[in-house]
Write a protein that binds this ligand. Structure first.
Ligand SMILES: Cc1ncc(C[n+]2csc(CCOP(=O)(O)OP(=O)(O)O)c2C)c(N)n1
Ligand code: SF4
Ligand SMILES: [Mg+2]
Length: 310
């Protein structure tokens, strides 16, 4: 083993030992900026559950946190980046995907996760979302879908089900919502899954797979917004929504994503819909293309040895 490799392996061991000590305080403590607690989320909000599952996935994979980066936009879900104890970027509304794209292309050795809300990623950021999937950008996108723009007062989102009430559609929504797994799959995502906050183990496993696959990986998590969506639609608390998931979720792996649209208070189809391990990424495609066209004149991205020489 080279001296550099030995140093890296010693550092990784120290990191794991440090995590074990912090985990005695709380299992997710090593992954959270505990000095930022308490968080802003309401009681029975689903976002914390998603964070816990993401932390568990990082723990289970024993990833080197110096090689993981997380990017969020703005919203209740957008707060996630600020709470994670790794290189984390809380960017502007709708711009998490282009920010993550720049990060990934500048530092290809990083495992980059975008973690944001339905409004942020599929509303104002929708154009970036579809083009990132089309280009096979090598990022994991975790979208927390609470069917509403929560942080700003419960306005209609591109995901609000037909008939659901929001502050801008007080007589019920009449705009057909996005079927997000289908949007991602039809644009070229290599991995597409949907789970709810009820599915702790399945969600964690999906995050593990998402972190390990390459290309544009998309995971939608249906999460209760107890304060705005549930209250406005008289659905009870977040706990009542979890009970709803118990009865109304159907797991259908591999189903045609055209079939997984969500109607108000009707069945929610969950599962792993796409898993294409063979798909090549933006950087692989670009390198292969220019090597073919330019031959020896082409210096691949990143150049041999990487961009950063430590
Ligand atoms: C350019 C811009 N437009 C609008 C806003 C206001 N804004 C902040 S968060 C948000 C909605 C976020 O909704 P979502 O992504 O679903 O997150 P949630 O709060 O539901 O988790 C909006 C419209 C903003 N911050 N910046
Ligand atoms: S407003 Fe809704 S999404 Fe935001 S923290 Fe409260 S429950 Fe969660
Ligand atoms: Mg939302």
């Amino acid at each position: 083993m080279s001296a550099e490799a030995e140093t890296q392996s010693a550092e990784a061991e120290t990191q794991v030992e440090k995590r074990e000590v912090q985990a005695e305080e709380h299992p997710v403590a090593p992954f959270i900026r505990m000095d930022r607690m308490p968080h802003i989320w309401c009681p029975t909000c689903g976002i914390g559950t998603v964070v816990k599952c993401y932390a568990s996935a990082l723990e289970n994979l024993k990833l080197d946190l110096d090689k993981v980066a997380i990017v969020s936009g703005i919203g209740c879900t957008g707060r996630v980046a600020g709470y994670m104890n790794m290189d984390a970027f809380h960017t502007t509304h709708g711009r998490a995907v282009p920010f993550a794209t720049g990060l990934k292309l500048g530092r290809p050795e990083l495992n980059v996760t975008v973690f944001s809300g339905d409004g942020d990623l599929s509303g104002i950021g929708g154009n970036h979302f579809i083009h990132s999937a089309r280009r096979h950008m090598d990022i994991l996108v975790i979208l927390v879908n609470n069917f509403i723009y929560a942080m700003t007062g419960g306005q209609n989102a591109p995901t609000t089900p037909l008939g659901a009430n929001s502050s801008t559609m007080p007589f019920g929504n009449f705009e057909p919502p996005f079927n997000l797994p289908h949007l991602a799959a039809s644009c070229g995502a290599s991995y597409v899954a949907r789970w709810t906050c009820l599915h702790i183990r399945r969600m964690t496993k999906a995050f593990e797979e998402g972190l390990e696959r390459k290309g544009f990986r998309f995971i939608e998590i249906i999460a209760p917004c107890s304060t705005l969506y549930a209250r406005r639609n008289r659905l009870g608390t977040g706990l009542n929504l979890l009970l709803f998931f118990v009865v109304f979720v159907e797991i259908q792996h591999g189903v045609d994503t055209r079939e997984v649209g969500i109607a108000f208070q009707e069945k929610i189809i969950c599962g792993k819909f796409v898993d294409d391990e063979e798909q090549t990424t933006f950087l692989e495609n670009m390198n292969a293309h220019y090597e073919r066209v330019l031959g020896d004149k082409y210096v691949s991205m990143p150049p041999e040895g990487g961009w950063i020489h430590e």
